[in-house]
Each structure stands twice: as C-alpha cells, then as structure tokens.
Design a protein around this ligand. Sequence first.
Ligand SMILES: [Zn+2]
Length: 147
Amino acid sequence: MTDTALTRRRSENSHQKTWHIYFGDVHVGTIGTRAGVPKDVDQWGWHLGFYPGTEPGAHQSGSAETYPAARDEFERAWLQLEPTLTEENYEAWRRSRDWHAWKYRIWGNGCRMPTQNSSGWSTCFCGEQIPIACETHIYSAHRGIGA
Ligand SMILES: [Zn+2]
C-alpha cells in the first residue's frame, strides 16, 4: 500500500479472497471478493470501520472491479476517517480483542468465569484470583493476549 501505514493480512478462507486491513495492530477494515455476485458486476468489495472503537454510522463500504481499485477507494475513505480517530478509538478495539481472547483461554483451560461461581470470584489460568469486575486484571496482566 502507499504511505497510509496500512498493512494487509490474507484470511484463511480458501474459497474467497479476503484481505484484513490493519492500521498497526488494529483491524480497521476488509477488502475481498464478493461471494455469489453475478459476473458482470463489481467483483471486489470493501468495508472500512471497526467495532468497538468507531460507530457503525461512521463505517464506509463500496465495491470495485479490481483489487487495486477497491484498495484505492479504501485508502481514500481511510484518509478521511483516520484524522477523526484518537488512541481511545484503537484502545477500545484492542480491549475488546483481548477480552474475547482471554475468555476463550479461560474456557479452553477449563476455568470458570467469576460470574459462574456463587462467590463471584474465580481463579484465572495465570493463577490469580479474579473478581466479577475482572477487566482490570485482563487489561493489565493479559494485555495483548488477542494480538
Ligand atoms: Zn490472569
């Protein structure tokens, strides 16, 4: 890509070409082939916006004939959106990412969420006692777990 600091990662789906677009470590949008559309319409679609962090109303999307054309449109939309974002926007997304990764790790390790215990406490897979309001523990002890 150009000088927008965006990077792309290919998704694992082999039936459909999908690029996840990242700004740093934040997944800000997607560019991919549109599944099941007729041959005579735009074959590529793009979507810009992430949640949580940006409001669904601020998201933008479109379609184009080719990947480079879709990428150009995406970059233009990004250059409009990016100046409106602050570190808080990205942080909201990172926290959600880490929260979900942590929760899956808890389940995967056979641990219980504090809400599942009548005491309201549980033991994290790292060994620490965690209360129902366990966000502080996740965001300090397990920051970046979902990266
Ligand atoms: Zn822990």
